[in-house]
Design a binder for this molecule. Structure first.
Ligand code: NI
Length: 186
């Protein structure tokens, strides 16, 4: 089932999520719905707060970008109760977008490598290191779990320049191919 995507301005996007317990009801269903929602919206990552949930889970699938890098093909993962242990490497600046902030694309500085621990959909623990664009997408989704959005990384002047766009998004004045939930109805 496709879920509506909560837009910038919705309070749930600013809240900290809670760890998912072993007996979380219908976890497989939630994961399936998150993938379906993400694919329909043509995103490569989606975090639970973006569908209105305060749960520590996000999904990614970089397969649609496999033409840029063959290692993205089949890079489809669920991250449950993830914790980034360490970030290092060079800082790189790359343009990002977010399904909760339609039509806003801005350059974001991030460190190039992360060490992350998480559980997969079977609650098997993983301890992994990612680099480059994979590390970037994972950091972007991971930050959603702590109420952080990519526009928070912008300089004051860039933020000022997109202020009116953000206000329109909050007011639901967006033209999206997917179902959304804005703070105020248009
Ligand atoms: Ni996002």
């Amino acid at each position: 089932m496709k879920l509506p995507i909560y837009l910038y301005g919705q309070p749930v996007l600013r809240e900290k999520t809670q760890d998912i317990p072993l007996d979380y009801p219908n976890l497989a269903r939630l994961i399936e719905d998150m993938y379906e929602t993400m694919y329909h919206a043509e995103g490569v990552g989606l975090a639970a707060p973006q569908v209105g949930l305060k749960d520590r889970i996000f999904v990614v699938d970089l397969t649609p970008l496999a033409k840029d890098d063959p290692s993205f093909d089949g890079f489809k993962k669920v991250f449950i109760n993830a914790h980034i242990i360490e970030k290092d490497g060079e800082e790189k600046i790359v343009e990002e977008g977010c399904l909760s902030i339609p039509d806003v694309h801005e350059k974001v500085p991030r460190q190039n490598r992360i060490h992350i621990q998480y559980l997969d959909e079977q609650f098997n623990p993983h301890d992994e290191v990612y680099e480059g664009y994979k590390a970037r997408v994972i950091q972007h989704e991971y930050e959603h779990l702590d109420g952080i959005m990519f526009v928070d990384h912008l300089s004051g002047i860039r933020k000022q320049m997109i202020r009116s766009k953000l206000n329109r998004i909050m007011n639901g004045q967006v033209d999206c191919s997917y179902k959304v939930k804005a703070l105020k109805k248009k």
